[in-house]
Ligand binder design. Structure first.
Ligand code: PEP
Length: 260
């Protein structure tokens, strides 16, 4: 049991056209509302940009808008201007987003985002009134070389630089070991718990202070599914999950929310 609201988030990645996203959201929200809000749990849906409006309309129409939120998967760090193909924070906020994922490993590794780019995006999210979900985690090579802790400490140091206590307390950090994303491989719940509490929360304590470390929500992500979610949620300090593949099916995501 924790005093932090657990955030059960679905990252749909590049899946579902807007009409599919609308139909899926309607079905999912029907199931979630029938089951009822689990105590202390918030749900987040992160569709691709073109589906944000459709999903937002469904959330508003459902009446579940107090516990089901909308988020985007990325943003650009400028607010507007000649940046063809990019999407700015104020656009996301106006489209109904409350959250935005920043520094997902696919952004870092497939699209070359550096720690510095990620840091600018975190600040841009706050400027737009969005809550950033900052993703951190080590690759398989870094893990094998015993660099997990150093990599995560560095990612946090750069991303949190210049943020005050209130900002850090209000944000979300996702521990996503890169080797566990979309691979069907998990960190063990104990290992995820150790990294979350002794590396991430400890680093936040060092950088921003005890109050922020107590309040910041830290999720686990990496091949979470309806079967293994309970083992992660049983551990105090794991404040929810960032879910990829298993968030694309009504049954599995409903079960994941119920375990939150
Ligand atoms: C993710 O991309 O954030 C993720 C955790 O993906 P998956 O659940 O599919 O491993």
């Amino acid at each position: 049991a924790t005093h932090r609201t657990r955030l059960m988030a679905g990252n749909w990645k590049m899946n579902k056209v807007p009409s599919e996203a609308r139909a899926f959201t309607r079905q999912l929200l029907g199931r979630l509302e029938a089951a009822g809000r689990p105590e202390g749990v918030e749900v987040l849906l992160c569709p691709p940009f073109p589906a944000l409006t459709a999903v937002h309309e469904e959330i508003v129409a459902s009446g579940a808008g107090d516990w089901v939120q909308l988020g985007a998967q990325n943003l650009y760090f400028e607010t507007h201007g000649a940046f063809t193909g990019e999407v700015a924070g104020p656009m996301l906020a106006d489209a109904g987003c409350r959250y935005v994922i920043v520094g997902h490993s696919e952004r870092r590794h497939l699209f070359g985002e550096s720690d510095e780019t990620v840091a600018r995006k975190v600040k841009a999210a706050f400027s737009a009134g969005l809550v950033p979900i900052l993703c951190v985690g080590e690759t398989i090579d870094q893990r094998r070389q015993g660099q997990t802790e150093a990599v995560i400490r560095r990612q946090l140091e750069v991303a949190l630089e210049g943020l005050d206590e209130a900002a850090v307390a209000g944000m979300v950090i996702a521990y996503e070991p890169v080797w566990a994303i979309g691979t069907g491989e998990n960190a063990t719940p104990e290992e995820a718990h150790r990294v979350i509490q002794q590396v991430i929360r400890q680093r936040v304590r060092e950088l921003t202070g005890q109050a922020a470390a107590e309040r910041v929500r830290i999720q686990y992500g990496g091949s979470v599914n309806a079967t293994n979610i309970a083992d992660f949620m049983a551990l105090d300090g794991i404040d929810g999950a960032l879910v990829g593949g298993a968030s694309l099916k009504v049954d599995s995501f409903t079960a994941i929310v119920a375990a939150g």
